[in-house]
Design a protein around this ligand. Structure first.
Ligand SMILES: [Zn+2]
Length: 262
């Protein structure tokens, strides 16, 4: 991006200045490495390659264009990632909102939640956790999806693939913490169960990990404002995720560091 800034400064010099003349000559040659770099940068930032021999008119809105170009690149990377993992244990993400630049973290007010618990939520939302569905995909050679099972459930004689949904909604190891969370959510939002009870697992994951923290949940709170209820409900979800991660053998190490002697 400094290439564009340099070109812009030179091209705006008064006529007759040596720097401007050299620049005007340099950009005539499209095979010149500087020109190539400049064109690539222009295309990334402005979506087109303007006439390099004249200054761009008016204000560039350089920062806005740069931010938009960077977001587009990040969204493209996310889309590529989710489609790559869709049939490989990461199917959840295909039906969830894409990462938001003004989402939960940007809305965090007064740092009212625990950072580690937020980390667990973000890792689950961004497919960067260490549940078996993902770690098994990263092995060489990859573990077949059906064999990326939950160790705790295996010990109980139940074979279940350990993915985000298993961890958050279904693993019996965290049943107590999960029930506590759901009770609390029912108390915050009297209509919570109306939607929860008719939701499938994918919809439930969306409710807990996206709708509640992002304040897109539709229910009216029992008391207080929507914003207060959101803070309480988000805190409830985060406490559950943090407590569950703390008891999970690899999530614990990822989020909390290795336990002494472990
Ligand atoms: Zn389990």
């Amino acid at each position: 991006m400094s290439t564009i800034a340099f070109w812009d400064r030179m091209i705006r010099l008064p006529n007759g200045r040596l720097g401007k003349d050299i620049m005007a000559e340099a950009v005539k040659d499209v095979d010149n490495p500087f020109t190539k770099k400049l064109i690539a940068a222009m295309e990334a930032v402005f979506g087109q390659s303007p006439d390099l021999s004249v200054a761009m008119s008016g204000r560039h809105k350089f920062k806005a264009h740069l931010a938009a170009a960077q977001r587009a690149r990040q969204y493209a990377a996310w889309t590529a990632h989710t489609s790559k993992h869709k049939a490989n244990g990461g199917g959840l993400y295909a039906s969830m909102p894409r990462p938001a630049f003004r989402g939960f973290v940007a809305k965090q007010r007064n740092r009212q939640h625990n950072d580690t618990d937020i980390g667990v939520l973000m890792n689950l939302r961004l497919h960067s956790h260490c549940l078996h569905s993902l770690t098994g995909a990263q092995c060489t050679p990859p573990t077949p999806l059906g064999m990326r099972t939950c160790a705790a459930c295996n010990a109980l004689g139940n074979r279940a693939v350990e993915d985000e949904t298993h961890f958050v909604l279904n693993c019996p190891v965290y049943k107590g913490e999960r029930e506590t969370m759901l009770e609390r959510l029912r108390s915050i939002y009297p209509k919570f169960d109306d939607q929860w009870n008719i939701s499938n697992d994918i919809q439930k994951m969306r409710i807990l990990l996206w709708s509640i923290p992002d304040e897109t949940a539709p229910w009216r709170p029992r008391d207080g404002t929507l914003s207060t209820a959101r803070t309480q409900a988000t805190g409830t979800v985060l406490r559950f995720l943090g407590a569950a991660a703390k008891r999970h053998p690899t999530m614990r190490n990822l989020m909390f560091g290795r336990a002494p002697g472990a």
